[in-house]
Design a protein around this ligand. Structure first.
Ligand code: CUA
Length: 438
């Protein structure tokens, strides 16, 4: 008897330890998709609302649980208990009205800040320092846009993201770039089914719904005024500005992880995205680079390159030229993909591939080649391009690139024994070409 109870005690001890470990294992708050380590006013507002709700519900739990435990202990039946039934308070007007009143009060405590937070996140603020004219130094900004914040049109596709910057005349895919500490206004829509934009550390979720445009604003890091307020600082001056710049650089400039948060089909879980938060100057430089786009692999002008390509493609040699020829020809890539600079790569059905070689992931964040130090792991990048072109339906089941190509891209042989789809060598050259787009 003794041994059994010892064994049982030990089992309970081990089991409890296991439960504690399992629970605490989920307690690392500082993860890539954490909503607890916030980097901006929207996420911060949502976190404080969440914590308020947690505390209110925790108080309810303590009171109700306390009364319950008290009643169980006090009124439990004891051996030879001949006490009468305790008096039943059901229908006592004081208790009933009191509980209704308390419930209403608690709901009001939660509802008022909730409504305030909804308005706060819906209305893009007019922050003077976020107006394009006050920080963006690139060329070609229309005068009437100088008073507006940066606008990004977020468009959801099964299963990737387009990010259009209408004021700046550029479009990118899956990895958005935003300036630190600035208000950014987002317009969200979908071309197919409902998706949901979720960039947890910076902002909560907003759905992308076919046939309508939703709006939200995001801001990575505080603006100068808010930063001073939190630090208890006042005034202006170059030193304060320098400290603020240091804060942005050390705490905010980073690579953030986002995810589609609404089930949208078989590859919903593989519809990720990234946000790179950079300083004003780096942002301006990035825009200029996106606008310029790419030259030909061999230094010819595009006119020269295409006149050679149209006359006799054989005279264009080398891996990158071969890759570009496949991109325009047998691979049919340019039908759906745009590459800025290339006058004949104008497709809009697929992700814009300008500077795709500079992105740290492909296939909407599903295939990563970001090294630990933030640089690009070139071998991994090559492998990812190869894998994606070779078997896109394995990487992202049901994707349009695969479907549009009749259920394949690489390595099918036709009835005459000829390669119907791209051969290994062709995929190799295409991968090298895509990798060179940076
Ligand atoms: Cu898009 Cu889930």
């Amino acid at each position: 008897m003794k041994t059994i109870s010892n064994g049982l005690t030990r089992f309970i001890q081990y089991f409890s330890a296991l439960i504690v470990v399992a629970f605490l294992g989920g307690c690392n708050l500082d993860t890539r998709m954490s909503t607890f380590v916030t980097k901006g006013p929207i996420a911060e507002e949502q976190l404080s609302l969440f914590m308020l709700t947690v505390w209110v519900t925790f108080a309810v739990f303590i009171v109700v649980g306390g009364v319950f435990v008290y009643a169980v202990i006090k009124f439990r039946e004891r051996p030879n208990d001949d006490r009468p039934m305790p008096s039943q308070g059901h229908g006592n007007p004081l208790v009933e009205i009191g509980l209704i009143g308390a419930s209403i009060l608690l709901l009001v405590i939660i509802a008022v800040p909730t409504l305030q937070a909804i308005w706060f996140t819906q209305d893009t603020p007019d922050d003077p320092e976020s107006r394009l004219g006050s920080w963006y130094r690139g060329e070609g900004l229309a005068e009437e846009e100088a008073e507006n914040p940066l606008i990004i049109k977020v468009i959801g596709y099964q299963w990737w993201w387009a990010f259009e910057y209408p004021q700046l005349g550029i479009t990118t895919a899956n990895e958005m770039v935003i300036p630190a500490g600035k208000v950014v206004h987002l317009e969200l829509r979908s071309v197919d089914v409902i998706h949901s934009f979720w960039l947890p550390r910076i902002a909560g979720k907003v759905d992308l719904i076919p046939g309508r445009t939703n709006a939200m604003w995001i801001q990575a890091g505080d603006n100068f005024v808010k930063w001073k307020e939190k630090k208890g600082l006042a005034g202006e001056g170059p030193e304060l500005r320098a400290d603020y710049a240091t804060y942005l650089k050390d705490e905010i400039h980073n690579y953030y992880y986002g995810q589609c948060a609404e089930f949208c089909g078989e590859s919903h879980a593989r519809m990720l995205f990234r946000a790179t938060v950079v300083g004003d100057e780096a942002f301006t430089a990035w825009v200029a680079d996106e606008k310029t786009g790419h030259a030909t692999p061999d230094g010819k002008s595009w006119d020269e390159w295409y006149s050679a390509y149209d006359k006799n493609p054989e005279q264009l040699t080398g891996d990158l030229n071969d890759g570009l020829k496949l991109f325009m020809g047998r691979g049919k890539c340019a039908t759906c993909h745009k590459v800025q600079g290339n006058p004949r790569a104008l497709g809009v059905a697929g992700p814009n591939l300008t500077n795709v070689g500079s992105r740290q992931s492909i296939a909407a964040g599903w295939l990563n080649h970001r090294a630990e130090d933030g640089s690009i792991d070139l071998e991994q990048q090559y492998d990812n391009f190869y894998k994606w072109i070779h078997e896109p339906n394995v990487v992202k089941p049901g994707n349009l690139m695969w479907k549009a190509n009749g259920g394949g891209i690489g390595e099918l042989i036709d009835e005459n024994g000829e390669p119907a789809l791209l051969t290994e060598e062709e995929i190799n050259k295409l991968s090298l070409y895509l990798q060179s787009l940076k």
